[in-house]
Design a protein around this ligand. Structure first.
Ligand code: ADP
Ligand code: ASP
Ligand code: MG
Length: 447
């Protein structure tokens, strides 16, 4: 029985025809069973721009953007196939996109449902082209393009839809021939509701799609191919001297993704963990390099394996003297967070106050602030970065905090979170100082 491999290629691996053919060769070598692709590099951003311009009534800008998208995709198609039907399908997709944008322009409004439909065109276009790159490369078996929306069923939370795991599993088992006789190409990021409306899983969601398909077909391996040779000890764009990580546990990699390491979408590892599917992260530009394996059990468990950060964090503090010797204060605050579906990251408390770090967009909700103001005095501060040291056994290590503070002695730590998980130690600093702090911490603990 051949192994079931689910592979995912991100936007940079779909950048142009050369990148697509290079990615197709990897699928051939790896014997990928199902491959999901992101939109071509930068296309999802362009589709967002398109919607914004249509809503604002800038039709000239819309025409320019549509022209660029059309050129880009027809450029990739050149010499990829002799099949006229593919060109026609491409034209038809772009025309449908234009019709949709014209509708949005005419009513100067775009519902979340229409927005998801627009951005879905990125993956629908790239997968059509990538399927041709695969057919050009893989000659010993059929390559079949499928529509992920037929399988990845979700709720109707447009823009951040939640998958229906049971239905996906059922559809995967019924749809795919998993004996290695066919190789499949589909779209990351997109799904659909039971009624058939297109949904998306949130920015960067193709990783998550691939993990859901891997879970659905009970894959042997999930491969994430991107523009760097696996996970490094820190984002190479932030810090020099990063080191490649050969092996990392689900827990550590999950914390990294959750705390901002863009290399993986935050929820990617959840389906993989549920089925204990090992995940490989590698570079589609240098597929021979080692890359990173993510598994349940790993041989080495260093105290600090990596550092991640999330910029643009806000700090909310609620203070009331009534909390002195009282109880129920926390539950009142968290009842408001639950009511408004607010997700908080770090929490610290004193005798009369509670501080939480969160996404600043949450604080735009006036009703939320009003409700909190009934409990205590509310203070909001902006412009922070949450830095996470990620590793193992942090709760058992004497002197860890001392080393952290000594390494960044000139930088003010506005908040500190340690104690809830053995895998991370989080500090909140100003965005301005965050890269310096990371450089110093990386030098102290890793490099
Ligand atoms: P894709 O389009 O393939 O999904 P992304 O841009 O989403 O690619 O993710 C890859 C990027 O993630 C890398 O180019 C790198 O800048 C960033 N990144 C963040 N943290 C890390 C890390 N710890 N190791 C490697 N890359 C990281
Ligand atoms: N194309 C989508 C995005 O840019 C999804 C992805 O690439 O993972 O967010
Ligand atoms: Mg990504």
């Amino acid at each position: 029985m051949s192994k079931i491999i689910v592979s995912k290629f991100g936007g940079s691996s779909m950048k142009d025809q050369e990148a697509m053919l290079r990615s197709a060769k990897i699928c051939q070598k790896q014997k990928s069973t199902i491959t999901l692709v992101s939109a071509t590099y930068g296309t999802t951003d362009k589709l967002h721009e398109l919607v914004n311009n249509a809503v604002k009534g800038n039709w000239n800008e819309c025409e320019k953007l549509l022209f660029t998208l059309r050129e880009k995709h027809f450029d990739i198609l050149q010499n990829l196939t002799n099949d006229k039907l593919v060109g026609e399908r491409l034209r038809e997709l772009i025309n449908n996109l234009e019709t949709l944008i014209r509708g949005i322009f005419l009513i100067s409004e775009c519902s979340p449902k229409a927005h998801d439909r627009v951005v879905s065109f990125g993956e629908r276009l790239s997968s059509l082209l990538f399927c041709e790159a695969m057919k050009m490369t893989i000659k010993d078996k059929p390559v079949e393009l499928f529509d992920s929306r037929d399988i990845l069923k979700t709720n109707n939370q447009f823009g951040r839809a939640k998958p229906n795991i049971q239905t996906i599993h059922h559809k995967c088992q019924n749809y795919f021939k998993l004996d290695g006789s066919t190789t499949y190409v589909g779209q990351g990021y997109i799904g659909s509701t039971d009624e058939g409306s297109t949904t998306t899983l949130g920015r960067g969601g193709s990783d998550y799609s691939a993990a859901l398909f891997a879970e659905g077909v009970r894959a042997d391996v999930l491969e994430i191919w991107t523009d760097v040779a696996g996970i490094a000890t820190c984002d190479p764009r932030i810090c020099e001297n990063t080191k490649p990580i050969e092996e990392i546990s689900y827990n550590e990699a999950g914390e990294m993704a959750h705390y901002g390491a863009k290399i993986l979408h935050p929820t990617t590892l959840v389906p993989a963990m549920r089925q204990s599917i090992p995940v490989f992260v590698g570079s589609s530009y240098a597929s021979e390099e080692l890359g990173t394996w993510i598994r349940h059990e790993v041989e080495q468990k260093p105290l600090i394996r990596a550092i991640a950060k999330r910029d643009n964090q806000a700090l909310l503090t609620i203070t009331t003297p009534k909390m002195l010797d009282a109880f129920g204060f926390m539950s009142k605050i968290f009842a408001v967070f639950t009511e408004f579906e607010v997700s908080v990251d770090c929490v610290t408390t004193s005798e009369i106050s509670v501080a939480v770090s969160l996404d600043p967009k949450t604080l735009d909700n006036k009703e939320l602030i009003q409700k909190l103001a009934q409990i205590g005095e509310v203070k909001t501060e902006y412009g922070f970065s949450l830095i996470s040291l990620i590793g193992n056994k942090m709760l058992e290590q004497a002197g860890l905090a001392k080393r952290v503070f000594a390494a960044i002695e000139d930088i003010n730590v506005r908040m500190l979170c340690l104690g809830a998980s053995p895998y991370n130690f989080n500090i909140l600093v100003t965005e301005k100082e965050s890269n310096d702090a990371i450089g110093l911490l990386h030098k102290e603990f890793i490099a």
